[in-house]
Design a protein around this ligand. Structure first.
Ligand SMILES: Nc1nc2c(ncn2[C@@H]2O[C@H](COP(=O)(O)OP(=O)(O)OP(=O)(O)O)[C@@H](O)[C@H]2O)c(=O)[nH]1
Ligand SMILES: [Mg+2]
Length: 252
């Protein structure tokens, strides 16, 4: 079976990163999947990188990239994807995952296996299909998330229900196809919608499986109001610069 790299961006996640990485490696080895973890840390003041370096020595299955300062979630993924494509050998699947315990590592094999088997190119852990849901009562966040997904679906035309989910498996074949476009993508959280839009437009077969999005275990959220504002503007701009042209072409 092929090889998987789980990319985890971190900014001040010292309280949760050990458990997340260990549980990822355990979950994958129990399913017999060859797995490596790549952490992209933005020089977190809480010493996340020191902890990850120790994990790298202990396990031999963890790599770390430390960047000089906080540069955004999207830019961390772009650097991580480029590293996997350019510097790591024979990787078939890349996974996106948060470092705060919100994404249950037990779900990983279900995300990864359909891509490894070649049945799908992208599998998204979705809060909005089947039994998928938010695991707490953060009703304000749920409303924002549902509104964001509705807007993104209308503006991009991508059919998936959870376009903002940060728990996904992607084939490296698709990543290679879109990496040059993604280099220009949003630096922050909007990257999630922008990237799945590029996968979809480039012909990726996308599947969603239900997940329960657990409340962050410890530490603080990095999602700010400016990110939400930028997200809104990106969608409107995308609609008027790209989507509307696609609709007009299709209707000709
Ligand atoms: N390297 C890097 N990682 C980041 C940056 N911003 C966020 N992250 C990481 O991206 C992941 C998602 O961020 P969160 O703050 O959990 O965002 P969220 O899940 O929408 O918010 P909560 O529900 O409050 O946790 C976490 O692992 C963060 O540490 C950044 O600028 N650089
Ligand atoms: Mg989180």
């Amino acid at each position: 079976m092929g090889r998987v790299v789980v990319v985890i961006p971190t900014y001040n996640e010292a309280e949760t990163i050990i458990d997340v990485v260990k549980n990822v490696l355990e979950s994958m080895s129990m399913s017999g999947i060859d797995c490596h973890v790549l952490v992209i840390d933005d020089n977190s003041p809480d010493g996340t990188a020191r902890i990850v370096s120790k994990l790298a020595e202990e396990t031999g299955r963890v790599s770390l990239i430390v960047r000089p300062r906080r540069m955004g979630l999207g830019s961390a993924y772009i650097d991580g994807f480029r590293y996997v494509i350019e510097k790591m050998d024979a990787v078939d699947v890349v996974v996106e995952m948060d470092a705060d315990g919100s994404h249950d590592p037990k779900v990983l094999p279900q995300l990864v296996l359909p891509v490894l088997r070649g049945e799908f190119d992208v599998v998204v852990g979705s809060r909005y299909v089947g039994f998928g849901r938010w695991g707490n009562n953060a009703s304000g966040r749920v409303i924002i998330s549902k509104g964001a997904n509705l807007l993104a679906r209308l503006c991009t035309g991508v059919k998936a229900r959870d376009l903002t989910s940060g728990y996904r498996a992607i084939s490296t074949k698709i990543l290679r196809r879109v990496i040059d476009v993604l280099k220009e993508a949003s630096r922050g959280y909007t990257f999630q919608v922008e990237s799945i839009t590029e996968y979809s437009y480039s012909g990726a077969r996308i599947r969603e499986i239900p997940i329960i999005f657990l409340p962050r275990k410890k530490g603080r959220s990095k999602l700010g109001i400016s990110e939400i504002f930028y997200f809104f503007l990106w969608n409107i701009k995308h609609f008027f610069t790209r989507r509307i042209l696609m609709i007009l072409k299709l209707n000709k």
